[in-house]
Design a protein. Structure first.
Length: 269
């Protein structure tokens, strides 16, 4: 909370933010003022935001599913649309009252794993997460260590302990799914300040998605669920890939959040 009095957002700050293209200038000004500890720090934060640094990188945190998630520089910012995936994962997990093993792949800040663990709030939940990007791993460890989460650095399943194979009840993933040619169309906040490895999904956007799906059955427990965020355009192909891997797929979407999740379920033995 700010330690200097500023009960009303400065009109000068709002004017600067609006001129820089910030659509929600008033809201952003309030967040900057409430987060800054000194007037000098506030001035620096406003300068950073005006220069195009993502608001979450300026603040050092993002709100996700009601949680305040630490967001370090050069780490993918959790998107509000991904909250829909957490809703779907929570529903899947609650269908089984037993303790749940969660795996968050391409975890970034660890926001998804943290949110799902908080939503379940049951005894015996076991949380694991992995990411290829070292900065993301450091950030995820900050967010997940306090709740007993384990974070591994490496490519998808490679760094995971063998003891997890066949035990994962809920596998959640928001892998890069932007086609390479579409990267240039993204807002500069993403293109310039977020790691390319967290955005670029290859020629059709599904290179990493396919790899997540291909190995998922070996890690899922019987009756376990894989939930992958994609675009609406990619959903049918993603569902086909899940079916080919032996999972029973279904597509869930939210028009309000502009979100699409493909869910694959492993047959219960």
């Amino acid at each position: 909370m700010s330690v200097f009095p500023s009960p009303v957002p400065s009109t000068a700050i709002i004017t600067r933010l609006r001129a820089a293209g910030c659509v929600f200038a008033e809201d952003e000004a309030e967040l900057l003022i409430s987060t800054a500890r000194t007037p000098d720090e506030l001035a620096t934060m406003v300068d950073q935001r005006v220069a195009g640094l993502p608001l979450e990188h300026v603040l050092g945190w993002a709100e996700f599913c009601g949680l305040r998630i630490a967001v370090d520089p050069e780490v993918f910012v959790p998107r509000r649309r991904t909250e829909f995936l957490i809703d779907q994962a929570e529903a899947a997990a609650l269908s089984d009252p037993s303790p749940t093993v969660i795996l968050d792949l391409c975890c970034g800040t660890g926001a998804m794993g943290a949110a799902l663990a908080a939503a379940l709030s049951r005894e015996g939940v076991e949380l694991h997460a992995a990411d290829l990007h070292p900065a993301a791993v450091r950030c995820a460890r900050r967010n997940l260590a306090p709740i007993g989460g384990h974070v591994y650095e490496g490519d998808l399943y490679k760094p995971l302990p063998a003891t997890l194979r066949g035990r994962v009840d809920i596998l959640i993933a928001s892998p890069p799914y932007v086609p390479t040619e579409a990267i240039r169309l993204l807002p500069s906040e993403a293109r310039v300040h977020e790691p390319l490895v967290a955005l670029d999904g290859g020629a059709d956007g599904l290179d990493v998605v396919r790899r997540v799906i291909a190995e998922a059955p070996a890690w899922l427990a019987p009756g376990g669920h894989l939930l992958v965020e994609t675009s609406e355009r990619q959903a049918s192909r993603t569902a086909e890939d899940m079916a080919a891997a032996g999972l029973t797929p279904r597509v869930a979407g939210s028009e309000d959040r502009y979100a699409t999740v493909v869910i694959g379920t492993k047959t219960a033995e």
